[in-house]
Ligand binder design. Structure first.
Ligand code: ADP
Ligand code: MG
Length: 239
């Protein structure tokens, strides 16, 4: 079953040229789907449209086989990690992480259990009483990840969630995110411009350039049979 489907989706801002051009795409339940492309290629815009944070100019977006073009973000049953983290500045780390669960009236015991598990995994258990401004960039990034993960939404959208971490922590988080995604059977749409992340985490990878799909395939196919020179140079195969 498809978790997400895009049918002839296009996007332009005002009267500018299309930022995204006729995107057709199906993402299966439980799939780890990676979106790569250079800066400005339209990755964040595509993710924001799936989340419902950005209108689409043309086409249909389906989640769980249901057209969601007019559904607000809160009714799409997904979680999202933004590039800029978007933490509430006046709330503590703990309050930030639990915000969504409290709004959904998840019981206290369950909240505490998920909080403990998630914070251990993200190595932020010692930061719960701090405010976002008292955290480093990498710590904020992990809090944003924790807030998304704790919701246990079946569809998770992540926009370059590890870009602010040092190499060692990034390698650790790659493994943690992948393990968690498998364990919960999450459908993941994961934006990165890091080839190593794409190749090691993705069940399938989509390469985007100038708002157009260059190729969609599993890592080995992209590496061995790049559809064009752009994909070859981007994925780094010798061809
Ligand atoms: P990426 O995430 O791949 O770096 P984006 O999706 O952020 O790319 O941006 C794709 C293109 O859309 C860029 O050329 C960017 O300048 C443009 N863009 C993004 N948001 C807006 C906006 N709100 N208004 C006008 N242009 C925008
Ligand atoms: Mg972006």
């Amino acid at each position: 079953m498809n978790q997400v489907e895009l049918i002839n989706v296009s996007k332009s801002f005002d009267k500018q040229q299309d930022i995204l051009n006729d995107i057709n795409l199906s993402i299966k339940k439980g799939e780890f789907f990676v979106l790569v492309g250079p800066s400005g290629s339209g990755k964040s815009t595509l993710l924001r449209m799936i989340a419902g944070l950005e209108d689409i100019t043309d086409g249909i977006i389906k989640i769980n086989e249901r057209a969601v073009n007019h559904l607000p973000p809160k009714d799409r049953n997904l979680s999202m990690v933004f590039q800029n983290y978007a933490l509430y500045p006046h709330l503590t780390v703990e309050q930030n992480i639990l915000f969504g669960l409290r709004a959904k009236k998840v019981n206290k015991q369950e909240q505490q259990k998920r909080l403990n598990e998630t914070c251990q995994m993200m190595e932020i258990s010692n930061l719960l009483k701090r405010k976002p401004k008292e955290l480093s960039g990498g710590q904020r990034q992990r809090v944003a990840l924790a807030r998304s993960v704790v919701s246990e939404a079946p569809l998770c959208l992540m926009d370059e969630p590890l870009s602010n971490l040092d190499a060692k922590l990034r390698a650790h988080m790659r493994i943690e995110i992948k393990r968690l995604q498998k364990r919960l059977g999450l459908t993941m749409i994961y934006v990165t411009h890091d080839q190593v992340e794409a190749m090691t985490m993705g069940d399938r990878i989509m390469v985007l350039n100038n708002g157009r799909i260059q190729q969609v395939g599993d890592p080995i196919t992209l590496y061995n049979k790049p559809a064009n020179l752009f994909v070859a140079s981007f994925i780094g195969s010798p061809k």
